[in-house]
Design a protein around this ligand. Structure first.
Ligand code: AMP
Length: 395
């Protein structure tokens, strides 16, 4: 499989699936340009190597054509970040767009309108994918955030470029960094898994058992594990349907030599409220009417010790209800310690939803090794699933 750095873009039109699904305010201004910024190196690389670029993405969840979701709103933001003019080409499969991109000259950049104006995009329609394919001589997927979808522009389209399909730098980086944890990781490997529910993390836990030495459990899901071991969990979030699953995970961990760590103590509250009364108790002795909303000092210390000894660390899911300041201490302590161990040479990957929000909240994103850009895609990767957007390029 060719890589973006080996490919000769000279005189070629590069059709790139980017993730420009950015938030807009009432004036249709981009309020967070992270995803656009992420795609800039791929675009620049192609322009610097004699190619032209046709960008395609979805934006929001339009029902049919709807100007509120038009890509034309983001043209100026792309121009600003790229430092280069960008031509809005109109509807992604219109003759107007095709006639513009068919005569693209080296150095030109076009942006197609929202792919999801056509229901065929999400349906993975092959005819629609073929029409999109007319815009390029080479196809690049640089949208990790949609790599878990078998949509027309993320997967199906690759069939039309059997010898000219590549990952962009965003995708290459995501895959490289995740594989540093799931592939040939430096041991000991530790996964910190938190968040609300064990039900949404069961597949991840099961998959990680074959790859890690330690799993540090935090967040609401810890209480299902604690109850499964006979603990009193009071009014904590417990999924009774998953007690057996939790026991299975424990048994499987034991047979595989993986240590699962459960928080020794918890910050408990008498209601789900930042202003609630709180106390610190043993996590397996929570009285009725009290709920565990954060890990407490003993657990924090024990988890920090494991992390200090680890060479490779994955963090998915907060340790407590970090959105409320009264229950943010455990998550913040772990985030700060991750920055510390990164400085001392550990590889730290933050991935999937709320742990990314947490590391950003504590302004530590630039002090860990890698923060994944793809929420759902990252979770499915961690679950061990083959992502259609990755498979389509590799096959
Ligand atoms: P997830 O999307 O599964 O990673 O869950 C993230 C959510 O879990 C965050 O919004 C947290 O507030 C929530 N959470 C973390 N710890 C707890 C807890 N002990 N009880 C209830 N919710 C929690």
């Amino acid at each position: 499989m060719a890589s973006i750095t080996d490919y000769d873009f000279n005189g070629k039109r590069a059709l790139i699936r980017v993730d420009f699904n950015v938030p807009l305010n009432d004036q249709f201004e981009v309020t967070d340009n992270t995803r656009i910024r992420a795609a800039i190196p791929t675009i620049k690389h192609i322009l610097d190597n004699g190619g032209s670029v046709v960008l395609m993405s979805h934006l929001g969840r339009p029902k049919g054509h709807d100007d509120a979701f038009s890509m034309r709103h983001i043209v100026s933001e792309v121009e600003k970040l790229l430092g280069h003019s960008v031509t809005f080409a109109g509807d992604c499969i219109s003759n107007e767009a095709k006639s513009k991109t068919s005569v693209a000259k080296p150095g030109e950049v076009f942006l197609l309108d929202n792919l999801r104006f056509h229901k065929e995009e999400k349906e993975g329609d092959e005819f629609f994918a073929g029409q999109l394919a007319e815009h390029g001589d080479v196809y690049l997927n640089d949208a990790f955030g949609t790599a878990h979808r078998a949509h027309a522009s993320t997967a199906v389209i690759a069939r039309f470029f059997p010898h000219d399909k590549l990952f962009g730098f965003v995708m290459e980086n995501e895959i490289k960094n995740i594989e540093k944890v799931l592939g040939d990781a430096q041991k000991p490997v530790t996964a910190i898994v938190g968040g609300a529910k064990v039900s949404s993390k069961i597949t991840i836990l099961a998959n990680l058992l074959d790859k890690v030495d330690h799993i540090l459990i935090g967040g609401g899901m810890a209480y299902t594990f604690l109850k499964a071991q006979g603990g009193d969990t009071g009014s904590s979030l417990v999924e009774d349907d998953f007690l057996d699953k939790a026991r299975e995970i424990n048994a499987s961990a034991e047979s595989k030599g993986v240590q699962i760590h459960i928080p020794a103590d918890s910050v408990v509250a008498d209601k789900f409220d930042n202003e609630a009364n709180t106390q610190v108790v043993a996590s397996n002795a929570i009285a009725e009417g009290w709920m565990g909303l954060d890990i407490a000092d003993q657990a924090i210390e024990a988890y920090k010790n494991v992390l200090t000894e680890s060479k490779t660390i994955l963090w998915n899911g907060p340790m407590g209800v970090f959105e409320m300041s009264s229950f943010a201490k455990g998550t913040e302590a772990i985030a700060r310690h991750l920055a510390e161990v990164t400085k001392n040479g550990a590889f730290t990957l933050i991935g999937g939803g709320d742990s990314v929000a947490a590391i950003n909240k504590f302004e530590l994103a630039d002090q860990v090794s890698y923060v994944s850009t793809g929420g759902g895609a990252m979770l499915e990767y961690l679950e061990g699933k083959v992502l259609p957007g990755i498979a389509a390029i590799r096959s």
